[in-house]
Design a protein. Structure first.
Length: 749
């Protein structure tokens, strides 16, 4: 225990000093943590080093869990669905291309197959933290291409979670075949949907019922408790604890309390996250870096060229013009947090070499320093390409982007109907399978053990079967009937007769799936002939379809789920946090809307919009001012800006950049002698040579000349007497004065 405290003290002190230096140098704090870890590692013989690395590794594992929990809190399934197909195409193209490049580079150096596979996974993951920081420092965060990059990064983070599960599956078997991989993917998808659906149904209900009891302290404990609970459940299901933490974070992200949870959890995440990144730096061995200098340089060039080419191609295929695609692709030329997490996974499973970790860390450090330069290089590279490339090719590339973008937005009735039917079928199938599993694994053994005789055995089977059918009947009915009376279904049915047979087939297919569940239950619990089982299954399905009670139950369950899923959006509309509907219609003209928060020490604070002349100076329009729960739409020139206000601004990229730079730079300068500005209360006796003799409060110039204020006068009473403004000070008066020390000394002299 004593060694752990010493190690923790050493880590935090060194990390604190190093990160202050990196903050001064305007470098990402992640790099500061890595350098701190290198300084306290056993590889540095001239300074104190960590004694018990195992305990630090345990803390680092907790740090990974909380990092992914926080990532889940920032993630929203609804946001991913609203993104459309464009970011998905870009993310999948980039990840696949970079993974193949990583595997090829590993093979080039003769590394093992597992080292190559994990290396490909590390190179495929760009750093959300580093790119966000670079955009913020360069004043590009409000530009449209930056929002496209962040959308793809969100998807990459999600795919990285899936990749970690898949890499664990690959590492656990010597040579997993396609069937095993398919089973793993289906298992992951099924459990993910089940957890999400059940979590969205129950957790918002829990938080809603206990909202009045939730202080920051209790909310923190409840949130971390749910995080750890899901981590345990994920571990028991064969996945990593980090994956479970991410799932719980994504569930809580759909609740009204999401922003508050994110705020109270942030200090915990920062502490354990710092320990994790320090543990990353502790694994950096200078000898390994020297021995593997050539692979490090090769990997750096692979990332820079690979993201520059394939990253740009991915955004181009997703529907972006060539210039925008190149700016996006060049921005993603680095690796970061998830590369370290994947490397840690490989080391913990014992499937990658010890050399790979420090090599990846070195590559991350170099590419992080080069990130701002790569972002700036995008436009000169585009201009050079524009000059050298045939105009016909350039037009085709830009046309490819616009054509793809137009087809993405087109929706037809068939596609909408099939997607929705498939989604409902998958969700209700998973819920049904979960209920059957629980009933057969828990209730059935309990019922059979009540009276362990052969006759009662059949009664237990019958009771279990009936209860199971009753529980799953709302799910099966919804599976069969959902979207059969939708507008798309009706339009396709009446549009052409040729559509009717495929529409009937969609209904029949869902009836067969529902009958399959009933068939499985009856077949598991009885020995009837197959024909009888199928007949009973179809009869049960017909009864479920015709039952109005089941219809009401399924609709009621679905409404509760949808209400919980949309609760955060409803709360956002109530408090004015949702963006205007017209925002998306201006993107084609490069005009968009962004939120800006007024800094605490801004020179704009306390000034009206008329005084600031924002429209004339920057060419932008202020659509709204958000202040706490208050929303001021279409503010006038007399409206005043306050610190902490969120201003919604409409303009193009150049105007946004100018506006953001001015807001960031126009700050009240920090007072270098702030310690001397402390207000002090001083007792002063008016002497014969005092400047107050014979003067009233106004005539004395106490405020204007001396910067002081009289609190009261002692007149022998228990409390001070307030000074009458017309009373003249006399010799011997005992006056209590408040002011800065220098001003009081000036008054006394």
């Amino acid at each position: 225990m004593e060694a752990l405290i010493k190690d923790l003290a050493l880590i935090l002190v060194v990390a604190g000093v190093v990160t202050l230096v990196f903050k001064k140098l305007k470098q990402p704090l992640v790099l500061g943590y890595i350098v701190a870890g290198f300084l306290v590692s056993p590889h540095m013989p001239y300074v104190a080093s960590v004694v018990d690395k195992e305990n630090i590794q345990t803390w680092a594992d907790i740090g990974v869990m909380f990092l992914l929990f926080s990532l889940g809190l920032e993630f929203s399934f609804k946001k991913i669905l609203k993104m459309g197909l464009s970011p998905v195409i870009a993310a999948c193209t980039i990840i696949f291309s970079m993974m193949m490049l990583g595997v090829c580079v590993g093979k080039l150096f003769g590394w093992t197959q597992m080292n190559c596979i994990f290396l490909g996974g590390m190179l495929a993951m760009s750093s959300t933290t580093i790119i966000y920081k670079a955009f913020d420092d360069m004043g590009l965060r409000q530009q449209r291409f930056a929002s496209l990059v962040m959308s793809v990064l969100i998807l990459e983070d999600i795919l990285a979670i899936v990749m970690m599960v898949m890499l664990s599956t690959i590492a656990s078997g010597s040579s997993p075949d396609g069937g095993q991989m398919l089973y793993s993917v289906l298992k992951l998808g099924g459990i993910l949907v089940l957890w999400f659906v059940v979590g969205i149904f129950f957790i918002p209900l829990l938080l809603r019922r206990t909202r009045r009891l939730m202080t920051d302290e209790t909310l923190l404990i409840v949130a971390l408790g749910l995080c750890c609970l899901m981590a345990v459940v994920a571990t028991e299901a064969g996945f990593s604890s980090a994956f479970g933490a991410f799932v719980m974070g994504s569930i809580l992200a759909e609740t009204i309390e999401a922003e508050k949870i994110e705020r109270v959890v942030e200090p915990v995440k920062n502490l354990f996250g710092a320990v994790f990144f320090v543990s990353v730096g502790m694994l950096v061995d200078p000898k390994v870096l020297v021995d593997y200098a050539l692979p490090i340089v090769t990997l750096v060039l692979t990332i820079l060229l690979g993201q520059g080419i394939f990253g740009s191609a991915g955004f181009l295929l997703s529907g972006q013009p060539l210039k925008t695609a190149m700016r996006c692709g060049f921005s993603m030329a680095q690796i970061g947090e998830f590369a370290f997490i994947i490397a840690s996974l490989g080391l913990s499973l014992g499937v990658i070499g010890d050399f790979l970790y420090p090599v990846v860390v070195a590559v991350s450090v170099v590419t992080t320093f080069l990130t701002p330069y790569m972002i700036r290089l995008a436009e000169p590279a585009y201009r050079l390409l524009e000059q050298r490339m045939p105009k016909r090719w350039l037009r085709r590339l830009n046309h490819l982007g616009s054509a793809e973008q137009s087809t993405v937005t087109e929706k037809n009735n068939w596609r909408t109907l099939l997607v929705q039917m498939t989604g409902y079928t998958v969700v209700y199938s998973i819920l049904t399978a979960a209920v059957i599993t629980v009933m057969f694994s828990l209730f059935l053994p309990f019922a059979r053990n009540i009276h362990p005789t052969w006759e009662f055995h059949w009664w237990a089977n019958g009771v279990t079967g009936l209860l199971t059918l009753m529980l799953i009947s709302p799910f099966l009915r919804a599976m069969v009937m959902k979207k059969n009376h939708s507008e798309e279904f009706k339009a396709l049915w009446t549009e052409r007769r040729i559509n009717r047979l495929p529409l009937l087939f969609t209904v029949l297919a869902r009836v067969v799936i529902a009958a399959g569940f009933v068939f499985y239950i009856i077949n598991y619990l009885s020995r009837f002939k197959n024909a009888l089982i199928v007949t009973l299954a179809l009869v049960a399905i017909i009864l479920m379809v015709l039952s109005r009670g089941l219809k009401k139950r399924s609709i009621r369950l679905e409404r509760v789920f949808v209400q919980n899923l949309r609760s955060r959006d409803i709360e956002a509309r109530v408090h004015g946090k949702k963006r205007p509907l017209f925002e998306g219609h201006l993107l084609d003209r490069d005009i968009h809307i962004e939120d800006f928060e007024v800094p605490r020490d801004s020179q704009w604070a306390g000034k009206s919009l008329q005084e600031l002349r924002i429209g004339a100076r920057f060419g932008v329009h202020i659509s709204s001012i958000l202040r706490g729960h208050q929303r001021i739409n279409i503010p006038g020139g007399e409206d005043v800006i306050f610190p902490g206000d969120r201003i919604q601004v409409i303009g193009d990229d150049e105007q946004m950049h100018l506006f953001a730079s001015s807001m960031r730079d126009e700050l009240v300068e920090e007072d270098p002698e702030i310690e001397k500005r402390e207000m002090k209360l001083h007792k002063m006796i008016v002497g014969a040579d005092s400047p107050l003799i014979g003067k009233t409060m106004r005539e004395s110039g106490l405020r204007d000349q001396y910067g002081c204020m009289v609190v009261g006068v002692e007149e022998g009473q228990r409390n001070l007497t307030l000074v009458n403004p017309h009373r003249r000070f006399e010799r011997g008066d005992v006056v209590w004065v408040v002011g800065e020390q220098a001003d009081i000394e000036k008054l006394k002299s």
